[in-house]
Design a protein around this ligand. Structure first.
Ligand SMILES: *Cc1c(COP(=O)(O)O)cnc(C)c1O
Length: 324
């Protein structure tokens, strides 16, 4: 439960950048890809959000969020629920300010993500077969202790924090970007991108992509209705059964397109990313590559940035997926 649900502005994102850039050695690289550029007949660059201390973009939000806690909130610690990358982000942010993070995860959570949270000093509670159950338990636990429960999406400060990636690209690294493609699950990343794009008065198009096997956010964005949808994608960072109204509202009029791709296209994209650029992504991190491959006729001739949002797959998953 966030105290304040006012969408952030680009001024908030600038404040976040000042707070987090030292702690995360930002900016992350923006790398031109000759192979993908030739393949799609475009000028393609990859924003390597897998190159953060937690190997995913979300840590930008976690560090900013934790930096704004009151002394009382810090003393009680933060509680959240996550399939992994959000949990790592909050654990990292808490470690940076000496607070305890408690992360509720589903019992089948990715082992590397659990280990990484524990290395950061976070406490992991494996509860529930599905994320929704972990979430309920986390909220109960936080309420019992009076500790702050961090919503995965409905937190303007998380959006301001993750929006710093957009500021890096659109203001500094490649101001003449014409099109950005990025993966969308809960919608914090995309909300940050449209906030910065519009706050700067920048003309770039922003397209999001999600798995057709977990299309909750996509369907809500298209229909304007907040409804549960099937949730079976192996792109776990994007797999929510319910859309988040707060982000959908920010994105409804401002996201320029929203593309669905199948899980097998996403796995093809992880292989393509390796073959063309030797960048390793988890499936969620490669979804925008899959969308670009599918929509290549529409991206031809443009200066395109593809956001590679994370790389937290286990070795055994990678071995299986890369075999193709
Ligand atoms: C969380 C996550 C996403 C989705 O980001 P949202 O802000 O929830 O839309 C994409 N990729 C990775 C690797 C993630 O962890």
């Amino acid at each position: 439960m966030s105290a304040d649900l006012t969408p952030p502005t680009v001024a908030d994102v600038r404040r976040a950048r000042e707070v987090i850039r030292e702690k995360l050695s930002l900016p992350t690289p923006l790398v031109h890809s000759p192979g993908l550029s030739e393949r799609w007949d475009a000028h393609v660059s990859l924003k390597l959000e897998c190159m953060t201390p937690t190997s995913a973009f979300k840590v930008r939000g976690g560090v900013y969020f934790a930096s704004l806690l009151s002394d009382e909130e810090r003393a009680l610690g933060l509680v959240t629920s996550s399939t992994g990358n959000h949990g790592q982000s909050i654990a990292f942010g808490c470690a940076a300010i000496g607070a305890q993070a408690t992360i509720f995860m589903p019992t089948d959570a990715n082992a590397d993500k659990i280990a990484a949270i524990e290395r950061l000093g976070g406490k992991v509670e494996l509860v529930g077969e599905r994320f929704d159950e972990s979430r309920r338990k986390a909220e109960e636990y936080a309420a019992e202790r009076g500790a702050r429960y961090v919503e995965p999406v409905e937190e303007p400060r998380l959006i301001a924090g993750v929006g710093t990636a957009a500021l890096e690209v659109l203001e500094d690294q490649q101001p003449d970007t014409e099109l950005v493609l990025l993966p969308l699950g809960g919608g914090t990343g995309s909300s940050g991108w449209v906030t910065v794009r519009d706050g700067l008065g920048h003309g770039a198009q922003i397209w999001a992509a999600q798995s057709a096997q977990s299309p909750a956010a996509h369907d809500a964005w298209r229909s304007g209705r907040i409804e549960d949808r099937p949730n079976r994608s192996l792109a776990e960072g994007l797999a929510t059964g319910s859309p988040f109204a707060f982000a959908i509202e920010i994105l409804r009029e401002r996201l320029n397109d929203f593309i669905l791709v199948d899980d097998d296209q996403i796995l093809d994209a992880t292989r393509l990313l390796w073959d063309m650029q030797h960048v390793m992504a988890e499936p969620s991190g490669a979804v925008a590559v899959a969308a670009a491959e599918q929509e290549q006729e529409r991206i031809a001739g443009k200066r395109v940035v593809i956001v590679i949002s994370g790389a937290n797959a286990t070795r055994s998953q990678l071995l299986e997926w890369l075999k193709g």
